[in-house]
Design a protein around this ligand. Structure first.
Ligand code: ADP
Ligand code: MG
Length: 497
């Protein structure tokens, strides 16, 4: 589907005084390349070192130093391009983007302008209203700048060049996004793809992934409006907030009869508003030109084919496989593949000890109680102490009727609490938690309760939904261990409902 022609979705429009508005968003994502050393030097990319401890003469722009391209960063960019189903350009050119800032010792950033390493691609994004296609315009390689530190000293600014020269991939989307929800889902999906590929760790808190968010508004069916670019938004939540507040600001101006100035703005999370950084007139003229210190970057098809052959299974493919192989719904599969570690955890539980077990039941446990526990302790699911083997065992115990689903929840609570590495089967045996399936024992309880409550018996015969009360009583009498199905069947038979 051509997203530029995607009709406006009424649910996503923003109400204004003069009618509904559609917001249009395109993103430029800066993703730090996972590699040991920088784009054009051998200095370490390690995060959090002593200021200026990972700085080579190239990164400090000492006169006469020459950049040498890091082949690992090139591979990572190509692998990312393949993951974005994008055109890989066998020949690309590094340009100088000239501007002056204290954290840019060269006086220019080496970037790619006219001929990027990766061209057009696409990202499929699942939203509450179905799947959308977000076009990728290009991906290019560039150097990161250093960091200015203004708040350590009352009258001086300090510069840390550890980040100077670290490789970034700038991934530019088409203006295909139509709401803050879509924009957040896009960044989340892109981050998932990068993490699967191992080309960027996606850690926004450390600045490994930063977004420039372009926002405009229009009346549905109109041409695109003038956009503003909100620079360097550093969390997914802030991306959503920045879009909402910027769209409303623009709608306010247009409805007052004003017009939007194309400008660069900053999002202030504290105030929840965007403010102007520079207008179009103040926009930099970067005077791009090919860097004479670097040859055009060239590789052959075999280089690309080799990288393509060793690409890991990516989230879309894993999701499709989960649907066919395990019979999961698209929604469940999507949730499970969002983090590769969760997907691996799931598959380990399904296949534990070489068994074939109910893959949907495993998914329900993982997406339900286990996720809830992981959230409550603030850990990714796969990093909790609960092991896939324990989930597998719980599902097996239910399947072979040793315990009911309800008892299984109690066993899980024990694993969360006092029996952290406990084997569920051993816990059930040691604590006498087996469910009672012996109909004789259940029948005795059923008979006793029917006998003791003639008034309720009359009620349930008039109103069968009362059956739950009887089930509850039998469960109480059997210490919660009666097989619920057997209890239901027996009660229905004896009460004649
Ligand atoms: P420039 O070359 O001036 O940086 P680009 O065409 O590269 O402009 O666009 C930069 C980003 O702005 C892209 O992510 C693109 O999708 C987005 N964009 C372009 N036009 C609009 C618009 N009218 N509204 C919102 N975003 C837009
Ligand atoms: Mg651009």
């Amino acid at each position: 589907m051509n997203m530029h022609a995607r009709p406006a979705d009424p649910k996503k429009l923003i109400k204004g005084a003069t009618g509904d508005w559609e917001v249009v968003i395109g993103m430029e994502i800066h993703a730090q390349v996972t590699s040991n050393s920088k784009l054009f030097s051998g200095a370490s990319t390690e995060f959090g070192g002593e200021p200026n401890s990972h700085v080579s003469l190239v990164d400090a722009a000492m006169p006469g130093m020459l950049p040498v391209i890091n082949a690992e960063c090139v591979k990572q960019a190509v692998r990312t391009g393949l993951g974005l189903k994008a055109q890989i350009n066998n020949r690309s050119v590094f340009d100088r983007k000239n501007y002056f800032y204290p954290d840019l010792p060269q006086g220019y950033q080496i970037s790619q302008f006219k001929d990027p390493i990766v061209g057009e691609g696409v990202v499929l994004v699942d939203t509450a209203d179905g799947q959308i296609e977000v076009g990728i315009e290009r991906l290019h390689l560039e150097q990161d700048a250093g960091k200015s530190i203004h708040d350590l000293h009352p009258t001086q600014s300090l510069v840390d060049l550890n980040r100077s020269g670290v490789a970034l991939m700038e991934i530019v989307s088409r203006p295909d996004l139509r709401s803050s929800e879509e924009a957040k889902a896009y960044v989340t999906k892109l981050r998932t793809i990068l993490r699967y590929l191992g080309t960027c760790d996606g850690d926004m808190e450390k600045g490994s992934l930063r977004a420039d968010v372009n926002v405009s508004v229009r009346k549905p069916g109109d041409d695109f409006g003038t956009r503003c670019e909100i620079k360097n938004v550093n969390s997914i939540r802030f991306i959503g907030q920045a879009i909402e507040t910027e769209a409303r600001r623009q709608i306010g101006i247009l409805e007052d009869g004003g017009k939007i100035d194309q400008e660069t703005r900053l999002f202030d999370p504290g105030r929840g508003e965007t403010r102007s950084m520079r207008s179009k007139e103040e926009a930099h003229d970067y005077r791009y030109f090919p860097d004479p210190d670097l040859l055009p970057l060239e590789f052959d098809d075999a280089f690309v084919a080799e990288l393509a052959a060793h690409l890991p299974e990516l989230p879309d493919e894993k999701k499709a496989r989960f649907v066919t192989q395990y019979g999961l719904s698209a929604y469940d599969a999507d949730v499970l593949v969002a983090e590769k570690a969760t997907a691996d955890y799931y598959e380990a539980a399904v296949a534990h000890a070489g068994a074939t077990r109910d893959a949907k039941a495993v998914a329900n446990w993982i997406m339900g109680d286990v996720s809830a526990y992981a959230n409550s302790v603030g850990l990714p699911l796969a990093e909790t102490h609960i092991r896939p083997a324990q989930i597998a065992s719980l599902v097996d115990l239910i399947a072979d009727q040793t315990i009911s689903g309800k008892i299984a929840k109690d066993v899980l609570l024990l694993i969360i609490g006092e029996e952290k590495d406990g084997d569920p089967r051993a816990i059930v045996e040691a604590r006498g938690m087996r469910q009672v399936t012996d109909t004789g024992a259940i029948e005795a309880a059923v008979d006793a309760i029917i006998k003791a409550n003639p008034d309720k018996v009359a009620q349930v015969q008039a109103k069968p939904t009362m059956l739950g009360w009887f089930v509850g009583q039998v469960m109480k009498q059997t210490g919660g261990k009666a097989n619920p199905q057997a209890v239901n069947d027996l009660l229905k038979a004896k009460l004649g409902i």
